[in-house]
Design a protein around this ligand. Sequence first.
Ligand code: BG6
Length: 284
Amino acid sequence: MNNQFVSKETLNSCVYYKIEHPKFAATISEFGGQLLSFTPKDNQNEPQNLLWLSESSPLDGSKPIRGGVPLCWPWFGPAQGDFVGEPQHGYIRSVPWSLINIVESDTSVEMIMQPNLTKELSQSLGLDVQVRYVFADTISIELTTTNTSTEAKPLSQAIHTYFALDNVNDHKVLGLNQIRYLDKLDNAAEVIQDGDVVITEHTDRVYLTAQDKVSLLNGNKNMDILGQGHDSIVVWNPWQENAKNMVDFDDQGYTNMICIEMANTQGLVLQPQQVHKLVQLIKP
Ligand SMILES: O=P(O)(O)OC[C@H]1O[C@@H](O)[C@H](O)[C@@H](O)[C@@H]1O
């Protein structure tokens, strides 16, 4: 590779892109096309990775990577209908990705990647996908889906970001007050959020909102999380017991993370040739 800021590296059978820019550092795993870390360098604050990555997650392609930003596509959660039995959260977090393009500048790095799905699978899905990352003093993640078939196709998906928290006992998600959510831990019962979201136990909720912003208060640091092209915002933390039961989730990891995911869970359908963009923009 002949780029100023991006290099391809291998560490213990994990192939990844290392981005070292004067203004930020980031890593993207080739497996899953998955952003693993992003650290702004702003001279004022101690550099801090904004993303959580489980230390006990294998990074060798043997299973999806637990942390960073998994991309869930073309469904979110368990497979449904014709696809029952296929992997939870779809295919693309479990295959290697190809790098299609890089554009570097003094202020940003843009990378476009595509999952290496077999021709048969792509044809049977009738959908095509690529991701466009733009790193600057913000992170933009844009997942673009095209219906390449001649039939309408259902699509569900998520940008499943694991945000790093200094301490789960000192955080708040702002902007979801009075929003209706489905509680996945109570048979998808509908509940109205009362006040800010503060996680104190196992939490798995699908907020039914296409609003374009929530904020994460992590101690005294505020981060805005903006979205486009979604119909839901998912909030997840497995808490102590479930973290322990997942071999790839550090036992204490639940004290330092929260997933806030821009998602489509409510029956999005793409018409033939229709192009859909799901975007998450993270502004520390
Ligand atoms: O263990 P996985 O497949 O990565 O999923 C993690 C979690 O992802 C969340 O987005 C889902 O709402 C949860 O139900 C799920 O448990």
